[in-house]
Design a binder for this molecule. Structure first.
Ligand code: SAM
Length: 299
């Protein structure tokens, strides 16, 4: 998955794609995640890293929720076409955002979801403090990410060493994600598990990308598919942590944890939006303590 995100599938998707992403014997990641979210009509949901907006459309259609479909690489006008085709322009709003500079007020959402995207930014220890401040009390953060069945003790695992790429290091086990979130005491982790046969969905995705995606990248999809076949479900799968905000209010501070690509001028201030306030945040070697008082100078 990590290496196929830039594949472009034709729109509308060809029949084999529809048939194969929703096989009768298996759940799609979006269905699997939504089972743990208790979504009800009218809820406000942020779909972070929504890509081509399929999950946002699914959630709005299935649950009647209002979705903010936010992504960094896929432009909102492209997503708007798909949303209009689905007849959901009143309930799904596409946005161009970077995950560290979200243009929302604190406690805006009943749920924040992310499919196959959170591992690009959320493995940083400080990110949970940032993202969870956008949840209402009782709101849930739920993600599905490519991961490992157990935390890897040997990297790369010898049987897939020839296919390994360094950024697979962002794949973690469900117990890693549980601890990653629980240690902050900001949220109560309700679920952290692995999708049964999730690796087969992952393999199917790569096969589809190889067949229908950008042909100059097809070799990467072939390679990742081959790795998943060799692994045969021993190592890789989809991981689903879901957590809920407790009674305690999360501190409404804004800070940046890593330098996003477009802002990566070392040492220069960037702006992070906090409700109606704009705060200047200084990057120091890409990592800051959230409660450092000098960070929170109103503009
Ligand atoms: C593998 S795609 C998954 C897209 C979609 N959620 C899905 O399941 O098909 C990962 C997405 O994460 C988004 N992404 C990666 N880093 C991001 C960041 N820092 N801020 C916002 N979106 C990001 C990319 O734009 C990309 O569309």
């Amino acid at each position: 998955m990590a290496h196929t995100h830039s594949f472009t599938l034709p729109t509308p998707f060809p029949r084999p794609f529809r048939a194969r992403v929703a096989p009768p014997e298996g759940l799609r990641p979006s269905e699997w995640l939504s089972q743990g979210l208790e979504l009800t009509p009218g809820m406000r949901v942020l779909d972070l890293g929504c890509g081509k907006v399929l999950s946002s459309i699914f959630l709005a259609k299935e649950f009647g929720v209002t979705v903010w479909a936010a992504d960094y690489w896929i432009k909102p006008n492209e997503n708007m076409e798909r949303i209009e085709q689905a007849g959901l322009s009143a309930s799904v709003s596409p946005l161009s955002v970077e995950a560290h500079a979200l243009p929302f007020s604190e406690r805006s959402f009943d749920a924040i979801v992310s499919f196959d995207a959170y591992h690009y930014f959320g493995t940083d220890d400080l990110y949970l403090g940032y993202i969870s401040s956008f949840l209402k009390l009782g709101g849930r953060l739920g993600i599905v990410v490519p991961g490992t069945r157990e935390e890897l003790s040997v990297i790369p695992p010898p049987h897939v060493a020839r296919y390994w790429v360094w950024d697979f290091c962002s794949f973690h086990s469900s117990s890693w994600w549980r601890r990653h979130w629980e240690k902050t005491a900001l949220l109560e982790v309700e679920t952290a598990d692995t999708l049964t046969d999730g690796w087969k969905r992952w393999l199917e995705w790569n096969e589809l990308c190889a067949q229908f995606g950008q042909q100059n990248l097809a070799h990467l999809a072939h390679r990742e598919a081959e790795m998943l076949r060799v692994d045969d479900g021993r190592t890789f799968g989809f991981t689903r942590p879901i957590a809920k905000t407790g009674k305690r209010l999360i501190p409404c501070k804004r800070w940046a944890t890593v330098s996003p690509p477009s802002f990566s001028q070392g040492g220069s201030p960037i702006r992070a939006i906090s409700g109606s306030k704009i705060l200047h945040v200084r990057f120091l070697a890409g990592r800051l303590h959230p409660f450092e008082p000098t960070l929170h100078r109103p503009h």
